[in-house]
Design a protein around this ligand. Structure first.
Ligand code: GLY
Length: 290
């Protein structure tokens, strides 16, 4: 104890109970299996080891034989500063993760990355593309929390700006199963992304609000602004909010504090009614380093 009881189906991120003792665990399992908590999603449950530690995303390119990890990244899932509030699709990210020690690279390749790709092939599901490993850095070593078969969001907004090699060349090498022959090169430095969201997200929020501060190309100086939930008004000129997560304001620099400063300087220029963003992207990791 503690131990984790999970609804095996999709439960909007709510189907996870951390049980502190046997009776809580038993009650959670009964509620899911017999009490219909989480509906059909809870008709099968997963009982898992409880883990704690910083989370990190390792996105990898694979052609089904070779696995090439991208630079690491860390996402911020909670809506509010200090990791408070509801889980969201991601309120910001930075790359690389400074809490990951690259002396683990070989262990991860041999024990996690390659075995995953080989197991998929063995099951008759060879995989080519981007595999996303959600990892936790625990006291007992690195553990896999989840897999996704796609780029992560907002991790991609901080990983791809650090890619030196042309992404199209990588995609071609993946499709031709020649990834082993292509050197994939990364830039030095760091990237930070601050997500600007609609007030109220991830619950109810308003859309159609006028966004100010962006130039004609929808950008601000010193940053790359990724548009996630925007649209043009009928006049074809005014940019409006059109989703929960509206913009991802990303900057690169020689180190994380400098990348964050540039990203937040970009954020400060952009405005709409009730805009919401976190003020502490990267801070927990920087504090952990001190
Ligand atoms: N950032 C988490 C995800 O893309 O699933």
């Amino acid at each position: 104890m503690p131990i984790v009881i999970k609804a095996d189906g999709l439960a909007l991120g709510k189907g996870v109970i951390i049980a502190e003792n046997y009776s809580q665990a038993s009650e959670a399992a009964k509620n899911m299996l017999e009490g219909g908590a989480f509906g059909g999603a809870g008709s099968t449950i997963v009982i898992e080891e409880y883990m704690t530690g910083p989370e990190m995303s390792m996105l990898c390119f694979t052609d089904g034989k070779t696995v090439v990890p991208m630079v690491t990244a860390q996402d911020h899932k909670r809506a509010l500063d200090n990791d408070m509030g509801l889980n969201t699709g991601g309120m910001g990210a930075f790359s690389p993760s400074m809490q990951y020690d690259s002396s683990n690279d070989k262990w991860l390749m041999d024990n996690v990355l390659l075995p995953t790709v080989r197991a998929m092939e063995k099951e008759g599901r060879p995989f080519k593309g981007v595999l996303y490993f959600g990892l936790m850095l625990t006291k007992n070593g690195i553990k896999v929390l989840e897999y996704n078969a796609r780029f992560g969001d907002p991790e991609t907004q901080v990983v791809l700006p650090l890619l030196e090699t042309d992404l199209v060349d990588i995609m071609r090498a993946i499709s031709e199963q020649k990834l082993a022959e292509l050197p994939v090169v990364w830039k030095n430095g760091c990237a930070a992304c601050v997500v600007m969201a609609s007030g109220g997200y991830p619950k109810k929020y308003e859309t159609g609000l006028a966004i100010s501060g962006l130039d004609d190309g929808g950008q601000v100086a010193g940053c790359t602004v990724y548009h996630a939930g925007t649209k043009l008004a009928e006049d074809g000129q005014q940019l409006l909010t059109a989703g929960g997560r509206v913009l991802g304001v990303t900057a690169t620099a020689e180190n994380l504090p400098a990348a964050l400063e540039k990203a937040y300087a970009g954020v400060a220029k952009i405005q709409w009614e009730n805009v919401h963003y976190r003020h502490d992207i990267g801070q927990r990791a920087l504090q952990a380093l001190q």
